[in-house]
Design a protein around this ligand. Structure first.
Ligand code: NI
Length: 204
């Protein structure tokens, strides 16, 4: 290798290394489940889609029922011992801190346990957290369709030692815009202050 070629080779090697480093930094900061906690999509939304469910008030609803308002969607179940109550409490506190801007947001709790979470059960549970909160349930198929649209995993936990079964489920909060498009997600453990700040960024 001539001296000139060697210098060119070294320059390319440095550039290639730099590109890899830059790409990893971007990936670590902004990866789909990176520590930033939010992702803004520019193309086709991978999260969200049609559903038809029954509200705790008895009304049948679809995403179109909430058009014009942001939807803050969480999947869980009323018999959940800690994760779901914690998440719903955080949503309630974060929305209260938003003041009047909270009117732009509809918090929605969709059950992954329709067998026990009947309309009556949801009607008893939901007001415990917030008057703003809407609880949605439906048939096994309707719930499966909604969970699939939002990429939510859920399954009945196998445990014969208890008559009260538990559900394994994804614990992620989704923010959808007034047209129903995905805006951001908040992973399990997001605190109310962080949620309020993130919501303020997106609300008008
Ligand atoms: Ni839960």
């Amino acid at each position: 290798m001539s001296r000139r070629n060697l210098i060119i080779f070294i320059c390319f090697a440095i550039m290639a290394f730099g590109t890899v480093v830059a790409a990893s930094v971007v990936w670590m900061r902004g990866g789909p489940f990176g520590p930033a906690g939010t992702v803004t999509t520019t193309g086709t939304a991978l999260v969200g889609g049609p559903f038809t469910l029954t509200a705790h008030t008895g009304e049948r609803v679809t995403p179109e029922s909430f058009r014009g308002r942001y939807m803050l969607i969480y999947f869980g179940y009323t018999y959940c011992p800690d994760v779901c109550p914690g998440a719903l409490q955080i949503v309630s506190v974060a929305l209260d801190a938003l003041g009047e801007k909270a009117e732009q947001v509809q918090p929605i709790f969709i059950t992954v346990d329709p067998q026990r979470d009947t309309v009556e059960q949801m009607a008893q549970y939901v007001p415990y957290f917030s008057d703003r909160l809407i609880g949605l349930t439906g048939s096994e198929e309707e719930i499966a369709e909604a969970a699939h649209a939002y990429r939510v995993y859920y399954a009945r936990a196998e445990d014969d030692s208890s008559t009260e079964y538990l559900m394994d489920h994804t614990s992620i909060l989704y923010l959808m815009d007034p047209e129903g498009n995905f805006v951001a997600h908040f992973p399990y453990g997001t605190d109310p202050d962080a949620l309020t700040k993130e919501l303020q960024k997106h609300l008008g």
